[in-house]
Design a protein around this ligand. Structure first.
Ligand code: WQD
Length: 341
């Protein structure tokens, strides 16, 4: 059933790809974004792909009055997907209060306004970072939550607890918590993709900028880990596959009356791949070399983590499908597009 959905942080990387898939599924979308980590031009890309321009409100979700005004001016919102959050692990260590204020106040404001405006459910963008360094891989939703290794990771853990406590207090709302592994890639159209501001912290944007000659050389942060080739292992998931999971989760949450008030899903491919394997995949699939060297480990890095996605596959009916080489080609096409513009 097509509903009106609020997407906070909807001009961001995962948010924009999710807005495309929501509109492709027939939903009406309202975006609120403060454009602190994205730009308004993303709306043109969304419209070009999906053939429809979402309603856009520039605003900060930490301001309750801004959100109240949005709900008053956009009646009939039935669900929310909350992407709006600061997400740089390293920055969160330097500026913890910014992270706690932004990420937690945003969520609290949304939860508080939902019953007043008849919003039935919220899909929350969480992260595998809540697991810390897993005792074993692959990791499923029953794995223990470990003490956070950064304020960013802590905001994700606290947010999950806030949602749980609020729903268990009897609030008339439902929630689906999606724990992402490592989102990568870009839309195949190369009309939207990742727009890192400044020097990218994440692997793939740094890799594609190196391949494009913007960065001199990619440093692989350590090859002395207890893994087959010594570099860290991650579960790299295509951003479009990830976006599609949000549409399925929203439908399940809003249309399926007999599901639990809170559900948690790990969103990953179930396939662990190393940093060096990712570089090989990029070079093989694009024919473009990535100058790289081995450097020291990065503090706080998890050695290896990949998902056990069976619950999402069977209960949600969702599966990550994009082959890694195709994701790498899309990432490169997007980088080339950025270079042109
Ligand atoms: C991946 C691997 C690095 C850069 C974080 C957050 C997670 C999510 C994604 C927000 C690691 C290595 C990286 C480089 C490298 N956050 N690397 N050289 O740290 O797994 O996850 O970002 O959405 O919640 O925890 O992602 O891309 O930074 O690093 O060798 O220049 O690539 O050491 O092993 P990470 P990442």
């Amino acid at each position: 059933m097509a509903q009106k959905i609020l997407v906070t942080g909807g001009t961001g990387y995962i948010g924009s790809h999710t807005v495309v898939e929501l509109q492709n599924a027939g939903h009406e979308v309202v975006i609120i974004d403060n454009l602190s980590n994205s730009n308004i031009g993303v709306l043109d890309g969304i419209e070009a792909i999906a053939g429809k321009r979402p309603v856009f409100v520039e605003g900060d979700c930490t301001d309750e009055a801004t959100l109240r005004k949005l709900f008053e001016e956009n009646p009939g919102i039935e669900g929310i997907i909350n992407f709006a959050a600061s997400k740089a692990v390293g920055e969160s260590v330097q500026k913890p209060l910014l992270y706690y204020r932004n990420n937690l106040n945003t969520l609290i404001n949304l939860l508080e306004l939902m019953p007043e405006f008849g919003v039935k459910g919220i899909v929350f963008s969480s992260s595998c970072t809540v697991y810390g360094e897993p005792d074993k891989n692959p990791i499923d939703e029953t794995a223990p939550i470990k003490p956070a290794t950064s304020p960013y990771g802590n905001t994700k853990q606290i947010s999950e607890e806030i949602i749980t406590d609020y729903v268990h207090s009897g609030a008339p709302v439902k929630s689906i918590i999606l724990r992402y592994f490592n989102p990568i890639g870009a839309h195949p159209s190369a009309l939207i993709g990742e727009l890192p501001l400044g020097v990218p912290q994440n692997l793939v944007p740094y890799l594609t900028q190196t391949a494009a000659g913007i960065r001199k050389e990619l440093t692989v942060f350590g090859n002395d880990y207890d893994t087959p080739d010594g570099s860290c292992i991650r579960d790299f998931i295509d951003v479009v596959d990830l976006a599609k999971a949000h549409v399925i989760a929203m439908k399940r949450m809003l249309d399926n009356k007999d599901t639990d008030a809170i559900e948690i899903f790990n969103l990953g491919t179930g396939c662990g791949r190393s940093v060096l394997e990712l570089i090989e995949s990029f070079e093989r699939s694009t024919g473009v070399k990535v100058p790289h060297k081995i450097g020291p480990r990065r503090e706080g890095d998890i050695e290896k983590i990949w998902a056990e996605p069976t619950k999402a596959n069977t209960v949600l009916g969702w599966k990550a499908e994009a082959p890694l080489d195709e994701t790498m080609r899309n990432a490169w096409r997007w980088q080339e597009k950025l270079a042109k513009n």
